[in-house]
Design a protein around this ligand. Structure first.
Ligand code: GLN
Length: 439
């Protein structure tokens, strides 16, 4: 009932693109209660969960906040959704995002932006801005997002909640609409570390429908008490970030150094990661999005010839999505591929090695999650400036690593800042148990 009252706020926030009818929510909640009385105990029984609108929930629309998919209704459940349902969760609806998860402010949604519950004049971040706003405003306890270059951690930082991106392959991507397949991971947003841990227990695991999933490298013994050393990335120029973010970060580091050894480590190619990301992600996107030609999916603009249909359908795509497709096609084109796409991949391989080297010395790395506070809605017009929001989050995606953003509020500051811990591959549980112990 409380959730339903909270969901009323959505008229103001626009966190959801689709909401289940309140009577249906009540029916499911009552069913969960009855099951509980009968002694049924499932990990997420009766817990309201929101799902980003680029993850398929059977019989619900899956629009990716794009006009191209505005009439598309998912015919099946993504593996994560199947697991949520089996564990008793109640799916409340589908959350707003930047079109096809491309963006950092949720303003690229074809259906209008989401507002930040902490300050309605600001963006909740993106691309999982709807999921973050839904959790922050208590419209659900847990939300799923997708994180290709930071889209779970950055909105979590902007709305003062926790956002977790697992190791690549820890959670199945089956039923997640592909943006950049080698970087995409489904992530979890919630207010408490316990909720994130519990949900990750439910979602983790090998899935025969996604051949990139793996159990093999996952370390299931959390061992948070073994954490001794935290590394700060030498290449991050902290004087260049927003003063309030800097202040929060420095204060946090000071507190952390009371209990841990905090040392500097080097990731020599850290600064190039963003540029590499903005070739690799669009390159993969240009290929993944080729399927929206007006014949296979969703809205079809019927024209005389196939190519007219393709052209008209693709004109339904927003500016940013078009930009990415062009950028990606360019990066992959003959004559430029070696200098752009291949070079970016070369850099990515270096990053993987450099992280491995750094983790010989420290348990986790700590960085700010974002260089700025949440932008005002409509404030950032230059796409390049928006890309810079991903400065600290893209390295973990490129290197396949688990990372989590936790909120931190210095006393007297109106907005929290996000701090990011990055862990070695497969040490997701250690990372999550660690942040639970931090409190
Ligand atoms: N902001 C980044 C981008 O626009 C990240 C998006 C994401 O993680 N889905 O590509």
């Amino acid at each position: 009932q409380k959730t339903i009252e909270k969901l009323e706020q959505d008229k103001e926030l626009h966190a959801f693109l689709y909401l289940k009818h309140p009577s249906e929510l009540i029916r499911e909640a009552e069913e969960a209660d009855k099951a509980w009385e009968k002694g049924v105990r499932r990990p997420l029984q009766g817990i309201p969960v929101a799902v980003k609108d680029n993850i398929c929930v059977s019989s619900m629309p899956c629009t990716c906040a794009s006009k191209v998919l505005q009439d598309f209704v998912a015919p099946y459940d993504a593996t994560v959704v199947k697991k949520l349902k089996e564990s008793g969760a109640i799916i409340v609806g589908k959350t707003n995002l930047d079109e096809f998860a491309m963006g950092s402010s949720s303003e690229n949604s074809a259906f209008g932006p989401t507002k930040n519950p902490l300050d309605l004049s600001r963006s909740p971040g993106g691309s999982s801005g709807g999921s973050a706003a839904a959790v922050a405003a208590d419209m659900c306890m847990v939300a799923l997002g997708s994180d290709t270059g930071g889209s779970v951690r950055q909105p979590a930082a902007f709305t003062g909640i926790i956002g977790f991106k697992p190791s690549y392959g820890a959670i199945s991507r089956y039923g997640l609409v592909a943006f950049a397949s080698s970087l995409d991971q489904i992530g979890i947003l919630a207010k408490t570390p316990e909720d994130v841990l519990l949900t990750s227990f439910v979602l983790f695991g090998k899935d025969h429908l996604d051949s990139t999933t793996t159990d093999v490298f996952m370390d299931f013994s959390p061992k948070a008490s073994e954490v001794r050393r935290i590394g700060l990335v030498k290449e991050i120029d902290i004087s260049a970030v927003d003063p309030q973010v800097k202040e929060g970060y420095e204060l946090f580091v000071k507190q952390l150094s009371k209990d841990f050894d905090v040392v500097e480590v080097s990731i020599p190619h850290w600064e190039e990661a963003l540029a590499a990301y903005y070739f690799i992600a669009p390159a993969e996107a240009s290929s993944n999005l080729a399927r929206y030609d007006g014949v296979r999916y969703g809205t079809m603009v019927e024209e005389e010839t196939y190519w007219d249909t393709v052209r008209e359908t693709r004109n339904l795509l927003g500016e940013e999505v078009k930009r990415r497709i062009l950028l990606g096609s360019f990066a992959l084109s003959a004559g430029f591929k070696d200098a752009l796409y291949e070079k970016a991949n070369y850099l990515r391989r270096w990053l993987v090695l450099e992280f491995a080297q750094a983790f010989k010395d420290v348990d986790f790395l700590l960085t700010p999650t974002t260089p700025t506070l949440p932008f005002k809605l409509g404030e950032v017009k230059d796409p390049l400036q928006l890309y810079k929001a991903d400065l600290f989050t893209t390295p973990a995606n490129l290197a396949y690593l688990p990372a989590v953003s936790v909120p931190f509020k210095a006393t007297g500051e109106p907005l929290p800042v996000g701090l990011q811990f990055i862990a070695p591959f497969g040490q997701d549980y250690k990372l999550l148990s660690f942040i639970r112990e931090l409190g």
